[in-house]
Design a protein around this ligand. Structure first.
Ligand SMILES: Nc1ncnc2c1ncn2[C@@H]1O[C@H](COP(=O)(O)OP(=O)(O)OP(=O)(O)O)[C@@H](O)[C@H]1O
Ligand SMILES: [Mg+2]
Length: 348
């Protein structure tokens, strides 16, 4: 079993009001272990205790009872925070510093020598895609850009544990995919990641294990794969075979022989995320390409992924950017190949 990086035992936090009266049990006897090298997702509706848990782990809050350990040290010991990177749910960065100054400022807080600081800041700015905006003050940044510089700040000390509170909030689908890939990259580098998110598909795409909190209580804990597996349903995928009634009847008969029932039969669909990313990618490859809605007698142009034939897109009357056969065959094959949700997953 891998070494534990985070451990909580009966961790409880009760917020009190001004007069010290119990106001809210934000976290109730949480037992949790997070192991080195895993991506762990903390889920739960608003107010379920996710941020409270993170703040307890960082030593920003004191527990009412119970214990929390990070790297085997009590969480209230803030020295261990030098090995942690933290992206809070709300930006706290100085709005009048630019990206370079921001990273330099946080690098100084960690006592990183100037030359290492400069080199790391330049690498991180590049890595989070802000190279062209590195001299602009953060006040001018969009929400997604602030999220990117926030992540760079969280990585300036080359942390072993990265804690991300809502990392994909404010990011467009491209930014979201980029963030998810980066989180997976961090794991590949041997780092441990703890993330909170309301975006369940993001969590499903990157997390190895999750915990679900509700009203401060731990409801579920386990491997994403195992939790999501539907043991009562059999999934079968096949290629190079035509969907015919005969095939359907044969499959139903075989399944019946083993006591099963054929419940669905057909082509799987792709996800909107995959479709969006594919369209954006294709648009980058072919600047000037436009999608033209189908006109009567030319329905084939309706496929948004249809490859445009060169020179055809500027003609006002041209609503047929690709030969119909290329559409039908290319489109169907592409959707066959990319349409399974697990095939989309970036887990490595
Ligand atoms: N400083 C505080 N004083 C009193 N109550 C608080 C304080 N901070 C949080 N709470 C309460 O504790 C509970 C848990 O809050 P927390 O911020 O941990 O939730 P969360 O799961 O992060 O929610 P969200 O998804 O909205 O970010 C909530 O009921 C919240 O109102
Ligand atoms: Mg929160």
């Amino acid at each position: 079993m891998a070494e534990s990086v985070v451990e909580t035992r009966n961790l409880t936090k009760v917020y009190r009001d001004f007069w010290g009266r119990r106001k809210k049990v934000a976290l109730n006897a949480l037992d949790l272990t997070i192991y080195r090298g895993e991506i762990f997702g903390l889920l739960g509706p608003n107010g379920s205790g996710k941020t409270t848990t993170i703040k307890l782990l960082l030593g920003l809050l004191f527990p009412t009872s119970g214990d929390a350990y990070v790297f085997g040290k009590p969480a209230v010991n803030v020295e261990k925070n030098e090995r942690i990177g933290y992206l809070p749910e709300e930006s706290y960065l100085y709005r009048f510093l630019n990206a370079e100054e921001t990273l330099d400022f946080y690098g100084r807080l960690f006592d990183i020598p100037p030359d290492v600081r400069r080199e790391r800041a330049a690498q991180l700015i590049e890595r989070v895609g802000l190279a062209n905006d590195r001299k602009r003050i953060l006040r001018e940044y969009s929400k997604g850009m602030r999220q990117r510089i926030g992540l760079a700040q969280a990585l300036i000390n080359d942390p072993e544990l990265v804690i991300l509170d809502e990392p994909t909030s404010g990011l467009d689908p491209l930014g979201t995919r980029w963030m998810k890939d980066l989180i997976l990259e961090l794991r590949d580098q041997g780092k441990t990641v703890l993330m909170c998110s309301h975006r369940l598909d993001d969590v499903q795409d990157v997390c190895d294990r999750i915990a679900i909190l509700y009203n401060g209580d731990l409801q579920t804990l386990g491997e994403v794969k195992t939790l999501l597996e539907d043991a009562n349903t059999l999934e079968l995928r096949a290629s190079n075979v035509k969907l015919t009634d005969e095939l359907k009847a044969d499959l139903a008969a075989v399944l019946q022989k083993y006591g099963g029932t054929l419940t669905s039969f057909g082509h799987p669909t792709t996800t909107l995320e995959d479709l969006f990313l594919r369209i954006v990618e294709e648009s980058k490859q072919r600047p000037g390409r436009r999608f033209l809605p189908p006109t009567e007698g030319n329905k084939s142009a309706a496929t948004p992924a249809a490859p445009a034939s060169s020179g055809s897109t500027n003609s006002p009357n041209n609503s047929n950017p690709a030969p119909a056969s290329a559409n039908a065959n290319g489109g169907a094959n592409a959707s066959h190949a990319s349409s399974n949700k697990s095939g989309k997953k970036k887990k490595r």
